[in-house]
Write a new protein. Structure first.
Lengths: 330, 209
């Protein structure tokens, strides 16, 4: 590991000032991803600014009935919070589906959004990777890609975003708030992650030197009727091979409101907008769920070894919408 | 900020090492560390607290689990310099004199181990898991996470999920689940949880032997 300087920030402005515009400096939150990547040489910062003690550890209701979640709230505290569990149960379920109890107690909301892909070529510094070393190539396209993207990928990168939390946040139209030396800014999570194109190394719309200060969730009554379902290669403590965050409000047998987002299928949490459009005002029937899933997956471009994901995601969407509709009917 | 604090910050910015004070098991230890030192390596290599074990060293096996401010975490991904100011509890700090912590006693009574290498991490993790459950935290196998649903019973499935961050290559999982169930039952004053006796193995090893 490269040697590095260490500073602890006590306020947001100070943290932003300490980082400056230095591309060799990183903010340190829980460290569960950054420290791991530093050990393997994927990340080689010259300086860390520790932000864990910043006053960003609260979850508060907003005036409009939503929630504001501070950037240094741990995954553990987020999933345990009564208002998260009551108003956005799929978010609590998504967080609980990720990592282990130990890691959830360390990892933070801000860090979760900025965690890096677990693509084996990205994490192995002896291999080419356009995300880690722009222009070096993408061995995954012809190599091991059984858990890679089926949506929104490019020939330059087929890695998937690893977060469960961000899938639920995307379904609920979360907004990312950040601070820069020039003042605060915000970005809807749906626009926060950049398209892959030919710049897979550019992952987010976060300005250089910006510090994520928190995430807001707008009020969404439909979110009280939501679920997160994750499929993985073992029963617990593994990254998803596919996941769905779904919320459904059925009135008089017709879809009144619906939210759908997919995980482990793209370089970013994938909002299933095409499926949502099919479902708007549609009868709450299996035919509707199937038509919606097919509409979303029409854009899927699977690779030779991950075609199973198209079937998996179709089944997942139909199953979760079916279950939510059954719960609504009770 | 005082001039001294400002100067200290600037020096730390330039330096790649610091003199830090760690509070471990109620005792303060002051030592110089290269910033690259993890809490795990500081405990084992610098402070002779070798109860905490190094397994994968990348946050995947749980052998290095300790309690940080009372919550379980992995020491291999925790930089020592960033642990300054926190209350660190290792397996060495659990017993009350000669009297073992109830979770330690339960692991001993129910054979919650074979080779013992993962055990300190299992025990620290179990203490954290039992407290998280007692505080009403749901898990990934909790059917209804809404607070109105109330806390889930600590079934074998709940224990397995909550302990999934601790690997045991000997495969002592059945006994570990029983030990956690018994310790949790003792902590809450209730009987061991139904369902924690798995695969026909009864709760008490003594009666089996």
């Amino acid at each position: 590991m490269r040697e590095f300087g260490y500073q602890r920030a006590s306020d947001v402005a100070g943290a932003v000032a300490l980082l400056g515009a230095d591309p060799d400096t990183r903010f340190l939150g829980g460290g569960t991803n950054l420290v791991d990547l530093m050990k393997t040489g994927v990340e080689r910062p010259a300086r860390l600014v520790d932000i864990r003690e910043l006053p960003l550890g609260e979850i508060e209701s907003t005036a409009d009935g939503g929630l504001r979640i501070g950037a240094t709230v741990t995954n553990g505290d987020l999933a345990a919070h009564p208002e998260v569990r009551r108003r956005y149960p799929a978010l609590a379920q998504a967080v609980l589906a990720g990592a282990s109890g130990q890691l959830r107690n360390m990892a933070t909301v801000g860090g979760n959004l900025l965690q890096r892909t677990r693509c084996g070529y990205f994490t192995d510094v002896t291999k080419p990777c356009n995300k880690r070393l722009p222009g070096s190539g993408c061995p995954a396209v012809t190599g091991d890609h059984h858990n890679h993207a089926i949506l929104g990928a490019s020939e330059n990168c087929v890695a998937v975003h690893p977060s469960d939390m961000a899938v639920a946040l995307t379904a609920f139209d979360a907004v990312v708030h950040y601070e820069t030396a020039d003042g605060p800014g915000e970005s809807p999570l749906g626009e926060f992650y950049l398209p892959v194109g030919d710049t897979p190394h550019r992952e987010t719309a976060l300005p250089p030197g910006a510090l994520i200060t928190g995430v807001t969730l707008p009020p969404a009554p439909v979110a009280a009727h939501s679920r997160y379902r994750k499929v993985r290669e073992r029963a617990s403590y593994a990254f998803a091979i596919g996941s769905v965050a779904a919320a459904l409000d059925v009135r008089d047998g017709v879809v009144h409101d619906v939210r759908l987002a997919l995980g482990a299928v793209a370089s970013r949490p994938w909002r299933a907008g095409a499926a949502e459009r099919v479902l708007a005002g549609a009868p709450a029937t299996t035919d509707s769920w199937t038509a919606a899933a097919d509409a979303e997956l029409a854009a899927a471009r699977p690779l030779p070894h991950n075609g199973y994901k198209v079937t998996l995601m179709r089944n997942l969407m139909v199953a979760e919408l079916t279950r939510l509709a059954e719960e609504a009917a009770r | 900020m005082s001039a001294l604090a400002t100067r200290k910050k600037l020096l730390m910015a330039l330096s790649t090492s610091s003199v830090i004070t760690l509070k471990i098991n109620g005792e303060k230890h002051t030592l110089p560390v290269d910033h690259r030192t993890t809490l795990l390596d500081a405990l084992r290599e610098r402070l002779d607290l070798t109860g905490t074990k190094k397994g994968c060293d990348q946050g995947q096996c749980g052998a290095c689990t300790v309690l940080l401010d009372g919550r379980r975490g992995v020491a291999c991904l925790q930089l020592a310099v960033a642990a300054e100011g926190r209350e660190i509890t290792t397996v060495e700090g659990l017993a009350d004199g000669e009297r073992l912590h109830p979770v330690q006693q339960a692991f001993l009574d129910l054979d919650g181990f074979q080779c013992g290498y993962c055990t300190p991490g299992q025990i620290c993790s179990a203490i954290g898991a039992i407290e998280e459950h007692a505080a009403g935290w749901p898990s990934a196998v909790t059917d209804d996470v809404r607070p109105e649903a109330g806390p889930p019973p600590l079934s074998a499935d709940e224990i397995r999920e909550r302990m999934s961050g601790n690997l045991c290559r000997c495969g002592a999982y059945n006994s570990i689940v029983q030990a956690v169930a018994r310790a949790a039952g003792a902590a809450s004053g209730t009987d061991p949880v139904p369902g924690a006796s798995v695969h026909g193995v009864t709760d008490s090893k003594e009666t089996v032997a």
